[in-house]
Design a protein around this ligand. Structure first.
Ligand code: CLR
Length: 458
């Protein structure tokens, strides 16, 4: 399974075209529409399909290998948490819209440690399914991004569950991703946050991780913050988890966290009494400590009662049109903490290349040999995405329209003929054995590389 280490491209062929179009002029006509029905001018796109964007979940897949190597189920859970949160990191500042996958479009990626196959299994509603595997783990799921307009912001809920399996350990974990909110769609600069609760369940041992992705909140002090705990099956909290989905995830045993809370409330009083320096005025210090404590206390203690309120992407306390700044001066470090995951810095040129990570830069690369091996429905062969990548915006727009019309005609044709309904080629609809819910199950055939009777979608 493990393939040799290859060099991948580090940058796209040309820098992006920076547009100053107003996104609202397009979106105002799209209220209530399904994400797949929103057609935006290509200048709002990034040169990747949503299937490729899904493959970005894999950037830190080594965490799954580390998880599978642990004897202790709690440490395994820590790495699975690290993986689940790290999978969202590449979304930071990525405000280009990936191309809607065409029905039947596929995307494969083979790397040293894993291979993944993604397929657009349904167009209305848009559902993308994926299945990744390595020698130690399997990771699969499906995503149906659901769009909701909230006035000045848009909320995107990635409906669907994802599952990690460690076959040798006979263990499975499932969770659902939190929603993503894009703000300032009418005026100002777009910015994004991920909010809500994520519950990661180990179906074999009953351990659960309960994570809260916080809204930026007052003063943006909680921007990108994630907090929560790991509990055993009798709901005893064992570990405290904290970090930012854009930067890192750490954990410490729950007792150390509780001690830290107590100690810092004393410190808060002492500092208030003694501090003399002007920059460290009592009110300044106590406000800082208070902020810290508040931020720490919110989710773990109120998690059950406040679940509903954080689940909805409330309007932010950030002023309209403004982009909140992450406050890196205020970073908590609780004794006995271990870092589970840390983000890789973005490449230097990232802002000229759609804010891509190094991993994203490589996803649409046509590697030597792919011309003969690749399935003809692969996203890399989409002419509209390729043209945008090469900076040919007009060409990309023409191709995009052509492909969308071609897809519409094919749908009409299938509807008019009985017995020609679409069925996905690599996934079957079925029941997820762990959640007992409907899911898309990989049929195991893609990597045989027998690509015959390919639908003509490009
Ligand atoms: C976020 C992480 C989730 C899966 C997911 C689903 C839909 C994606 C979203 C992620 C990130 C933001 C996204 C969105 C679809 C469109 C939107 C790429 C990857 C971009 C920013 C376009 C916004 C334009 C609107 C204002 C219409 O697990």
């Amino acid at each position: 399974m493990e393939t040799e280490r290859k060099e991948h491209r580090l940058v796209l062929p040309v820098p992006m075209y920076h547009n100053d179009y107003n996104i609202w002029s397009v979106l105002k006509n799209c209220i209530g529409k399904e994400l797949s029905k929103i057609t935006m001018p290509v200048v709002f796109n990034e040169p990747l399909s949503f299937l490729q964007r899904m493959a970005e979940y894999m950037e830190y897949s080594h965490l799954l290998r580390l998880a599978s190597q642990q004897q202790d189920p709690i440490i395994r859970m820590q790495y699975v948490i690290g993986f689940a949160v790290s999978a969202l990191a590449s979304n930071w500042e990525r405000l280009g819209k990936p191309f809607n996958p065409l029905l039947g479009e596929t995307y494969e990626l083979e790397r040293e440690e894993f291979k993944i196959i993604c397929e657009q299994v349904s167009h209305h509603p848009p559902v993308s399914a994926f299945h990744a595997e390595s020698k130690d783990w399997v990771f699969h799921g499906s995503i149906h991004p659901k769009l909701k307009f909230w006035g000045k912001s848009v909320e995107i809920q990635p409906k669907g569950t994802v599952t990690v399996e460690f076959p040798k350990l006979n263990e499975a974990y499932t969770w659902s991703n939190v929603q993503c909110c894009v703000h300032n769609i009418i005026v100002g600069k777009l910015w994004m946050e991920q909010c809500g609760t994520m519950e990661i369940v180990n179906h074999s041992t009953g351990h659960k991780a309960h994570l809260t992705f916080k809204p930026a909140g007052w003063n943006s002090k909680d921007l990108h913050r994630v907090e929560g705990y790991i509990a055993d099956k009798s709901k005893h909290k064992l570990f405290f988890i904290y970090g930012k989905w854009t930067e890192f995830i750490k954990c410490t045993d729950y007792a150390s966290y509780e001690d830290y809370l107590k100690e810092n409330s004393h410190k808060f009083k002492r500092d208030g009494d003694k501090s003399k320096s002007p920059n460290d005025s009592p009110s300044h210090t106590s406000r800082k400590v208070l902020q810290k404590l508040n931020s720490l206390k919110v989710s773990p203690f109120k998690s059950n009662s406040s679940q509903e309120s954080v689940d909805e992407c409330a309007p932010p306390d950030v002023p309209d049109g403004m982009v909140p700044k992450s406050d890196s001066t205020y970073s908590i470090d609780i004794p006995n903490s271990v870092t589970i995951w840390k983000v890789k810095p973005r490449p230097l040129q990232s802002s000229d290349y759609y804010q891509f990570t190094e991993f994203a830069m490589s996803l649409n690369e046509l590697e030597p040999g792919m011309d003969t091996s690749l399935c003809p429905t692969d996203s890399r062969l989409r002419p509209d995405i390729r043209k945008l990548e090469q900076g040919d915006i007009d060409g990309a727009a023409i191709e995009k329209t052509r492909l969308e019309e071609k897809q519409r005609d094919a749908n009409k044709h299938r509807k008019s003929k009985k017995g020609t309904e679409w069925s996905p080629r690599w996934f079957n609809s079925g029941i997820n054995p762990h959640t007992k819910q409907e899911d898309w199950v990989y049929n195991g055939n893609y990597w045989k590389r027998e690509y015959t009777d390919n639908p003509d979608i490009f």
